[in-house]
Every structure is written in C-alpha cells, then in structure tokens.
Design a protein around this ligand. Structure first.
Ligand code: PLP
Length: 453
C-alpha cells in the first residue's frame, strides 16, 4: 500500500514547507525522507471536481446565510452522492424484504443486491473471495470483534500486542481491554518527531512474544500514512497477526489486502461515501475460521440443540440477526461510485488540496501543524495556533459556513503525547475544491485576528 502512496505522493514533491515539529516525549530524530517516486500524472489534471461536487445534494443546498457549505470534515464522515441516496431509497420503495430469509420475489432480489454489495467490497479491496467480507456496524465494532473473538482466546500472560500512540480509540481501547483480560502487554511502536512510525525502531519493537500488531493505515489526526506492507512482513516473521484499521485509508487510498498480505482490515461505510450503520471486516480465510463469534442468534448458526449449537461458515458466522440491509446495499453503491470516479484520481486530487492547504497554513505566525510533510500524509491536516482555542475557532469558522472538526478526535493518548488537549482538523473528500481551501483560509484569518484581539 505504501508503495502506491509514495507513487501518488510524488506528484506533490516540492509542495511542502517546513512546519513545527511534534514534541513527542522520547521522539527520535526524523530519518532521511524516502525518495518520492516520479509522478504518474499531473495532480488532478483530468479530475472534474465540479462535476463530482454536483453529485452531492447536501453540498449544493443553500445555508441560511445564502452560501453553500464548505465541508471539511470528511475524516469524521463523508457526504453521500446521489447514487447512494437513490440506491437506498430504491430498496425501500421497490423491493425491501429481510435478507437470507424469503424465497419470494422480493426476498430473492434483496439477497442478490445484498450479496452483490459483498462482491463489490471484495473486488474493491482485492480480497481473495466475497466470503472473506463480513458486514459489521462499523470500524469500532469490527475491531472489538477481532480483539474479543480472535485475540482474547489466544493471548497468554506476557504476550505482546504491538500498536501505536497515533491510534483512534477504536483501535486502542479494545486492545487495552484484551490485554487486561489476558495478561498480555500493550507495546507501542515509537514515532519520529514529525509523527511517522520510526522504521529504525522496528527491529527491537517486534519480538518473539508479539502476537498481534494493530495499526492504522492512516492516522485520523496526524494524517500519517503507515507502511502496512512492511509492518505485515515483520508481524508475520515473528508469527503475529496483522490487524489494520482502514477507516481513514480505504476512502482515500487504493487498498489491496492480498498484496499487503494482511490478516484483518476494518473500515466504515459512512467514511467511504456510504451510509452509517454499516462497516466491513475483511479477514484472511484461515483467520476467519479461527475467529470466535461474539454475537449469537439467528443466521449465524449451523445447528441449534438444547445443549449446544454449532456455527455456520464465515461470513454468516459473524452476521447474527437482521443486518443493516438497506445500508449494505447503499455501501455497494458507494463502492461502485468510488470505482467509477477513480480512487487514484480522488487521492491525487485530495493530495493536491492538502499540499495547497499545508503551504498556506505554514505561513501563519504561531501555527503548529501536526504530522509529516504532505508527501507522507493523506488528506488530513490538524493544527494549533498560538492564542487560538480550537473550540472558539470552530465556532467562528462555522459562522462563515466552514465546517471543521475540533477536539481530541478520539486520539487522547496522541494529544497527550503532543502536550495539547485539542486541535483543529481539516479533512478532505473527493468533492472539495480549491475554493473550499480559499474560503477556509479567509475564515481562518478573520478568526485568528478576532481571537488574538
Ligand atoms: N479508526 C479511525 C482511524 C477513525 O478515524 C475512526 C473514526 O473517525 C474510527 C476508527 C472509528 O470509526 P467508526 O466510528 O465508524 O466506528
């Protein structure tokens, strides 16, 4: 995955300027930057962002001010294109029924659409088969299922779970709980001073006791892209299982679970331009076989007796009860929309905007931009400005119809290690324009002038 990212990131070479380094306790010097590869094409040259934006109804509605929303919070949740909204309405109006239940006309059609969405997801992330795709309510539940169903039955006292301080709480607290329940130990891959995983520490971080490596492919605060293929290689070399939190990477970067050889990947529908309430847990077939279900009931069983029951094969084993059928079908539509739009192009465009924003922000007096230069990050930038509290800033930006996120972004350990309680985050989606960046910068300048008096 990281190789492709560097390829795409090469388009931005030269766009970066220096930002204040992170002050992580125990941070080590930044290693020599990897040489960005040559660009395949000019950033976003053939990307018709206005056509794309026109497909998102909510971005084309007028606000009470008369203006349009400048939506810069796609890292929290992406907006939905018309095809996703229509696909869901179509189910409810035309053929809704429960899935895997009825053999009447609606039942057959819903099964076809539901399983079609599973095939869409498998193709999109290059999974070996649709059976390795489990639908979940989202990333958080998927990670809890892996921690409780795969890791807890295997972990022994003294075993090590290797993770990072940049994880979202969803990929941190379940492992903390797993460690508490089993006597395993949580260990952290050290970061460089610019907020990347430090490869010079890998040799010592992976040990014969490492059983699970749980890492995000892209940080939702620093924006850092992590070298998943290399981490997986090292995890497997010590016999550990590689769990990847793809919540931020899957919407923005091409994903190939087979080439990366990972064991588990999770992501959420609502961040990939799909609905809320649905997510994906990919598991390598043998890992899914090993994993215990954590939810029990209808559909996931093979036989139920008075004394005991047996489970059906994956993925049904992990899909107890009625699934979010409409949302699964909406997710399939979102995946097809991303494929048709082109993830390489979406990524290149977002990186173009990220480079622009990074450069503009870097010129602000007293700013601290968290995370690495644009070529080592995805389309997320978090920052603090001296004398400007993120909450006050968010309120003023909102008055200018600019929607950003502020707070700890569910990364308290990371914010603590950065010695800040909160930050402001801008995150891009396929529909953002250079005008959005300009509108944000204008609003930011006014806010800073006002808050600094
Ligand atoms: N992991 C990362 C990196 C995230 O950014 C998020 C959400 O922001 C999550 C996990 C949790 O996703 P969800 O709330 O959809 O379960």
């Amino acid at each position: 995955m990281v190789e492709r990212i560097q390829l795409l990131a090469g388009r931005l070479a030269g766009a970066a300027t220096a930002a204040s380094p992170l002050s992580l306790p125990g941070a080590v010097p930044v290693p020599e930057p990897q040489q960005p590869l040559l660009p395949r094409k000019v950033p976003g040259a053939d990307f018709d962002v206005l056509r794309i934006r026109s497909q998102f109804p909510v971005l084309n509605r007028r606000l009470p001010s008369g203006g349009f929303p400048v939506y810069l919070d796609s890292g929290a949740s992406a907006q939905k294109p018309r095809v996703v909204i229509d696909a869901q309405r179509d189910v409810e109006e035309q053929y809704f029924a429960n899935a895997h239940r009825g053999t009447y006309q609606f039942g057959l059609r819903i099964d076809e659409a539901f399983e079609g969405a599973r095939a869409d997801v498998a193709r999109f992330i290059h999974a070996p088969s649709a059976d390795s795709i489990v639908f979940t309510p989202g990333t958080t539940i998927g990670l809890n299922m892996i921690a409780a169903g795969w890791a807890v039955p295997r972990l022994r006292p003294g075993d090590e779970i290797l993770t990072t301080v940049m994880e979202h709480h969803a990929n941190f607290v379940p492992w903390q709980q797993a460690a508490a329940r089993t006597g395993a130990v949580l260990k952290f891959l050290p970061l460089t001073s610019d907020g990347r995983l430090d490869p010079s520490q890998f040799d010592t971080a992976f040990t014969a006791r490492t059983r699970v490596v749980a890492v995000t492919a892209m940080s939702n605060m620093l924006g850092s892209i992590n070298p998943i293929r290399e981490l997986t290689r090292r995890a497997h070399a010590v016999g550990a299982c590689m769990v990847v939190d793809g919540a931020q990477s899957v919407p923005h970067l091409p994903t190939d679970v087979t080439a990366d050889n990972i064991d588990f990947l999770v992501f959420s529908g609502h961040k990939v331009y799909g609905p809320t309430g649905v997510g994906v847990l990919y598991g390598r077939p043998e890992r899914l076989e090993e994993m215990q279900p954590v939810h029990f009931g209808g559909h996931m069983i093979a036989q139920v007796g008075l004394e005991k029951s047996t489970w059906s094969a994956p993925p049904a084993r992990f899909e107890a009860g009625t699934m979010p059928i409409v949302q699964v079908i909406g997710l399939g539509a979102a995946i097809r929309w991303m494929e048709a739009t082109g993830l390489d192009d979406i990524h290149a465009w977002e990186m173009h905007l990220t480079g622009m924003l990074y450069e503009r922000l870097s010129q602000i007096d007293g700013i601290r931009i968290f995370g690495p230069k644009p070529e080592f990050r995805g389309g997320i930038i978090s920052f603090r400005i001296d004398g400007v509290h993120p909450e006050d800033l968010a309120t003023i930006l909102d008055h200018h119809d600019v929607f950003t996120r502020h707070g700890h972004h569910c990364t308290m350990p990371l914010h603590t290690s950065l010695n800040v309680s909160a930050s402001t985050r801008v995150s891009f989606g396929a529909y953002n324009t250079a005008d959005d960046v300009e509108a944000f910068m204008r609003a930011l300048q006014k806010a800073v002038e006002r808050l600094r008096g």
